[in-house]
Design a protein around this ligand. Structure first.
Ligand SMILES: *[C@@H]1O[C@H](CO)[C@@H](O)[C@H](O)[C@H]1NC(C)=O
Ligand SMILES: *[C@@H]1O[C@H](CO)[C@@H](O)[C@H](O)[C@H]1NC(C)=O
Ligand SMILES: *[C@@H]1O[C@H](CO)[C@@H](O)[C@H](O)[C@H]1NC(C)=O
Ligand SMILES: *[C@@H]1O[C@H](CO)[C@@H](O)[C@H](O)[C@H]1NC(C)=O
Ligand SMILES: *[C@@H]1O[C@H](CO)[C@@H](O)[C@H](O)[C@H]1NC(C)=O
Ligand SMILES: *[C@@H]1O[C@H](CO)[C@@H](O)[C@H](O)[C@H]1NC(C)=O
Length: 794
């Protein structure tokens, strides 16, 4: 401490100061727990004082263990040696050295006068020579030595040892010298050893001996002769073991408890044990229970003969067993039990006859209170079967084949009846009415269809619980209402009751199937569900209302906007119209308009040019446009909308100017048309739709328009569209415009309505039966106003 203090004074850095503080604390701790080795947990100030160093990977016995230690735990390390200094721990009471690698103890262990319990299990001792010094431990009472590869205990000596666990070692013989020097030994476990020979071991004191899971195959009548005080012997799972023959049997005068289950016994052979109280002989090969076989075991209170192979119990098999309380005959092949077989067992309280082959309800007389007949083959029985068992309280009949519980089944004592997993099809008013003490009934897993009415249980005032699940209920709601409330009181879980019929409620619980008119049902159960459902509904309704309103609002807004737009458009058009009309009037005064080409003039269907000059169907606004604007001076019109009218206008004056040559030209046109018709005839009608690519359109029409163009005078210089194009050096001629349009159409780049005009106006052609080609107008080709079918999309 002083050194640390000095070091701390010399340093200025805070981190060094922290280190010093920690060191100081550590050394302080060390001072308090002086005598606690590293990596160990010590609580030396407690009683008993402990040092726990288990599973620390220790190779050496740790230093600095306080000699005050009372419980020292060094288990689970890799110690190979214990130093002689162990004896210094003279307060030691319990030393745990389990699961190390020890092969011996120090030669001298004097001084450990208080050591009572020593655990050396799971070490590497190979002979008792390594253990000889336990004789120095004058107080040692308990030694755990299991799991050491030791083959014999011969010579082991202790004056104090009372309990020795030597299970799972390598011991092969248990003979007269094995434990003879353990003078106080009371309890010995040799379980799990390869033990074959039990040759008259000697121990005056031994009371409890476990030799189960060994390989003993025979015990002579006198094998236990020198273990005079033995009280409990465990021999289970010695698969070869036999200790009784026809002539003699293992004998012990004081043995009280014998477990010889899982052996090779072919008869009980208990007559050598007059003091026996508990005998476990299950899972042997006992085939007969001869009369009076247990007559000498008058002290017997409990016999287990389960899982043997006998098939009947004769009249006096258990005669004389007045004290017998528990008799387990389950898992045999019993099909017949004499009616008097248990008559003498006046104290019997549990008779287990389950999992046998009983076809009929046994009519034996018995004072048992608990009868287990489950897992047999019982089908029906009479109403008086229980009268021979006047004390019977619990009857298990589960897993049988009972289809009919007899009417008027009578018992004044029966409180619990299990008919689980049978085939019971109905319950009547008479089924339980003579069972006045009945408290619990299990009818689950049967074939009940009709909900039992409260009247069925009228004779059972003490009824507390009934199980009815796994039955194919027919959900007749009228009946169900009646029984439901009653059953609810009997803790029959309503959710367990599932309907099978009628079909529309198959798989529903009673509750769900008959819930609409749920007067009979406990409202508390549903409250939360109802609240939840109504909350959910409210949320959904509210959400949908909000979204509906939103959608309607959006729609209305869009509609308004559209209307506004249309109105603005209409206004604009109207304005233009008025202006045009004014100009038109002015122009009309100037020029006397030449009539358009009258359709009657034509002998053949009109060419494009002609069609253009023919009077239009005046149903659309566009048509109105074109009619009203025939001679509007182009320089006034600037909007895109006017493009078409302008073009038309630029043509019409042209036409009027060349009217002199009309006749000659018409001749020529007719010639062209004739040629076209003949061409058309050669074409298949399939091509009609695909007009944009037909050779007719791309060549003939072009040619014709070109030839027309050649003969026409140059159009006016101001035939151009908008302000921008006016600055161009040379205006486009109509022919060029046509070409451009058509190439646009062919290339699929058309974005202007003008182009669709071209398509519509020229291309789709039909040939009538007369051979006349009729050009069809697929649609009204103007912008500004959209056809009504498009409008309906909004
Ligand atoms: C143990 O048994 C053997 C023979 O089996 C006998 O020679 C020996 O004297 C017996 N020892 C004691 C102590 O009884
Ligand atoms: C049981 O009794 C029958 C006759 O009642 C007899 O034949 C049979 O041998 C008896 N079985 C035993 C094991 O005593
Ligand atoms: C009867 O024996 C069977 C099979 O050994 C066992 O499952 C059942 O629990 C026993 N019955 C009682 C009531 O102990
Ligand atoms: C019991 O049933 C058997 C037939 O299984 C019959 O012979 C015997 O008389 C019956 N005993 C009594 C007491 O009813
Ligand atoms: C059962 O008893 C009730 C009342 O005690 C009665 O109303 C009903 O008719 C009886 N049922 C049968 C099938 O006898
Ligand atoms: C099932 O059908 C019956 C009539 O066949 C009807 O009374 C009952 O209300 C139905 N139940 C359900 C849940 O639909």
């Amino acid at each position: 401490m002083v050194r640390h203090q000095r070091f701390a004074n010399g340093s200025r850095s805070p981190s060094v100061a922290w280190c010093v503080l920690i060191l100081c604390l550590a050394s302080f701790q060390l001072e308090v727990h002086a005598g606690c080795p590293e990596r160990c947990l010590c609580s030396l100030d407690q009683v008993p004082s402990r040092v726990a160093c288990e599973k620390r990977g220790l190779r050496e016995f740790p230093d600095r263990i306080s000699d005050l230690v009372q419980y020292l735990d060094l288990s689970g390390n890799i110690l190979q040696e214990i130093p002689d200094t162990l004896t210094l721990f003279n307060k030691l009471q319990y030393l745990n050295l389990a699961r190390n690698r020890l092969t011996d103890l120090p030669d001298k262990l004097y001084g450990l006068d208080q050591l009572q319990k020593l655990d050396l299990s799971g070490n590497a001792f190979t002979s008792v020579s390594g253990l000889t010094s336990i004789s120095h431990l004058t107080s040692l009472k308990i030694l755990f030595f299991g799991g050491n590869p030791i083959s014999s205990l011969d010579g082991l000596m202790s004056q104090s040892l009372q309990v020795l666990d030597c299970s799972h070692c390598g011991i092969k013989a248990f003979a007269n010298t094995t434990v003879s020097k353990l003078t106080q030994l009371r309890t010995l476990s040799l379980m799990g050893n390869p033990l074959r020979i039990v040759d008259k071991p000697v121990s005056e004191s031994l009371r409890w001996l476990d030799m189960s899971d060994c390989q003993i195959n025979y015990l002579y009548p006198d094998s236990l002769l020198y273990l005079p005080n033995l009280e409990e012997l465990r021999l289970s799972n010695n698969p070869m073991l036999v200790f009784s023959t026809r002539f003699n049997t293992l004998t012990h005068n004081k043995l009280k408890r014998l477990d010889a289950s899982r052996c090779n016994l072919d008869r009980p052979g208990l007559h050598g044990f007059p003091q026996l109280i508990i005998a476990k002989l299950n899972r042997n090969l006992i085939r007969f229970l001869p009369d009076q076989i247990f007559a000498k075991n008058t002290e017997l209170r409990q016999i287990s003969l389960a899982a043997n192979v006998f098939d009947q119990v004769n009249k006096s098999a258990f005669a004389g067993l007045v004290k017998l309380e528990i008799l387990d005959l389950s898992l045999n092949s019993l099909h017949n039990i004499h009616w008097a077989a248990f008559r003498e067992n006046m104290n019997l309280r549990l008779l287990n006859l389950s999992h046998n082959s009983l076809l009929q309800f046994p009519n034996f007389t018995s004072s048992t209170t608990f009868l287990d007949l489950s897992g047999n083959l019982l089908d029906d029985f009479t109403n008086d079967v229980l009268l021979t068992m006047p004390k019977l309280k619990t009857l298990y009949l589960s897993n049988n084949r009972v289809d009919q519980i007899p009417d008027n089944l009578e018992s004044h004592s029966l409180t619990t009846l299990s008919l689980r997993q049978n085939r019971v099809i109905q319950l009547t008013n008479q089924t339980f009415h003579l069972l006045p003490a009945l408290e619990r009934i299990d009818l689950s897993g049967n074939l009940l269809t009709v909900a039992p009415l409260p009247s069925v249980f009228e004779g059972n005032p003490s009824l507390q619980r009934i199980l009815l699940n796994e039955n194919p209920w027919r959900c007749d709601c009228e009946l169900i209402y009646e029984s439901y409330e009653f059953l609810l009181k009997l803790k029959a879980n309503p959710l367990d009751l599932v309907c099978e019929s009628p079909g529309n409620v198959s798989g529903f619980s009673w509750k769900m199937a008959c819930n609409e008119k749920d007067v009979a049902f406990d409202p508390k159960d549903k409250t939360w569900g109802m609240i939840l459902i109504s909350l959910l509904t409210m949320v959904i309704v509210f959400g949908s209302v909000v979204s509906l309103r939103h959608a309607m609002k959006m729609k209305r807004q869009a509609h308004l906007e559209r209307q506004e737009l249309e109105r603005a458009e209409a206004r604009e058009r109207l304005r233009l119209l008025q202006r045009r009309n004014r100009h038109e009037e002015e122009q009309l005064i100037e020029q006397s308009s030449e009539p358009r080409i009258n359709p009657l003039e034509l002998i053949c269907p009109p060419s494009y040019e002609e069609a253009v000059h023919m009077p239009r169907l005046a149903h659309s606004m566009d048509a109105l446009d074109s009619i009203s604007m025939e001679s509007v001076p182009t320089h006034i019109l600037g909007s895109v909308d006017n493009l078409r009218s302008k073009k038309r206008r630029s043509r019409r004056p042209r036409k009027r100017a060349i009217s002199d040559e009309n006749l000659a030209r018409r001749e020529e046109r007719r010639e062209i048309r004739r040629r076209r018709i003949s061409l058309e005839r050669n074409r298949s009608t399939n091509d009609l739709g695909d007009s944009a690519q037909s050779p007719l359109d791309s060549t003939n029409e072009l040619a014709s328009s070109r030839s027309l163009q050649q003969r026409r005078p140059r159009p006016r210089s101001n035939s151009d569209d908008d302000a921008g194009s006016r600055t161009r050096p040379r205006p486009l001629t109509p022919a060029v415009r046509h070409k451009k349009r058509r190439s646009n159409a062919r290339n699929g780049h058309s974005s202007d309505d003008e182009d669709s005009d071209v398509h519509a106006g020229i291309l789709p052609a039909k040939i009538t039966t007369n051979g006349i080609v009729i050009q069809t107008l697929t649609k009204e080709p103007r912008s500004g106003y959209r056809p009504t079918d498009q409008e309906s999309d909004f």
